[in-house]
Design a protein around this ligand. Sequence first.
Ligand code: PLP
Length: 386
Amino acid sequence: MTKDAFSDWTKVIKTTTKPDKESGAINPAIQLSSTFEQRDFDHFGHWDYARSGNPTRDVLEESIAELEHGTRGFAFATGMAAISTALLTLNQGDHVILTKNVYGGTFRLVEEVLTKYGISHTFVDLGNPADLEEAFQDNTKVVYVETPSNPTLQVTDIRLVAKIAHDHGALVFADNTFMTPVLQKPLDLGADLVVHSATKFLAGHSDILAGLVVTKDEDLGKQIYFLQNAMGATLGVSDSWLLMRGIKTLAVRMEKESQNALELAQWLEQQELVTKVNYPGLEADAGYAVQSSQAKSGGAVLSFDIGSEDNVRQLVAELKIPIFSVSLGAVESIISYPPKMSHAEMNVEERHDRGITDGLVRYSVGLEDINDLKADLHQAFLKIKE
Ligand SMILES: *Cc1c(COP(=O)(O)O)cnc(C)c1O
């Protein structure tokens, strides 16, 4: 059996459990050393200075590359550090097309930072191939996809976007934060580079910030390596270790949390107070067919509308289980109110244009008992109706 014949359930364990040759310790050491002794004046070893690479981070970087079916992986201090490093492969005068439902931090990066360096962009509805075709310019180098999107869970057909982008000579970058490689492998679907906020599902416990990049080919890998070392937003060794600890349970968490999310979405569809449920694992969802063709499930995040900001305010006050906060992808359920949290910087029209209505709640479903999660929502809904 070759290594690649293993399923992801085996790989999340095998790639993060590397017995140390000298001591036999089964976990990679947290190698707290900024520099590495060179034994010979003329021949330097594999590691020299820890920004350029270190034994702990190396194991993590190989693990994510293997899980995403890429050639090289890179670990960064945050998701935004990973995304900005990836986008800085672009040069002055280049143009990037992004999904209009892109993560808020990525929106800010292209709008307020990359523009300063002469890198321009266009936001399009990637669900509409004609809009995408129209957005290409002679200098378009990258199409940036995020699927399913936040917080309305809109699905983009990665194969279709990759075909169109490649026909125009552009690369495809995919933010795979919401799915992780155990549910969706963008590189297998035609993308050239994957980015992650590993802060979310990959770490999985709301404990660290981290970002990852994986490239499909060696050439793009070399560019990212150069920039990772040149800009230096690397992940520290303790957080690299914690991230690997999280990855070990990724497959089991994603499966169970997806099951919980599907069951919760189906239950929410039946509730009088709920006017809309966004979850691509529901057969009635507009993204269901594409999602089923490119991912193993609908994932663990859903959103639903209960009519008004006042109703959401009451819901947040009455719920006993989920944490009310930004972020997602953890063992504990987390609810958030996008209009005042992740999407507070948008004006009302921009928000409504993206389906982020005043009664919208985002729910990142954790590992609690699904019957408790439903009962909790049920008691809160009863109070709202009074
Ligand atoms: C959180 C998030 C990011 C940013 O990651 P940080 O780790 O917070 O820097 C990027 N993309 C998506 C989809 C996210 O949810």
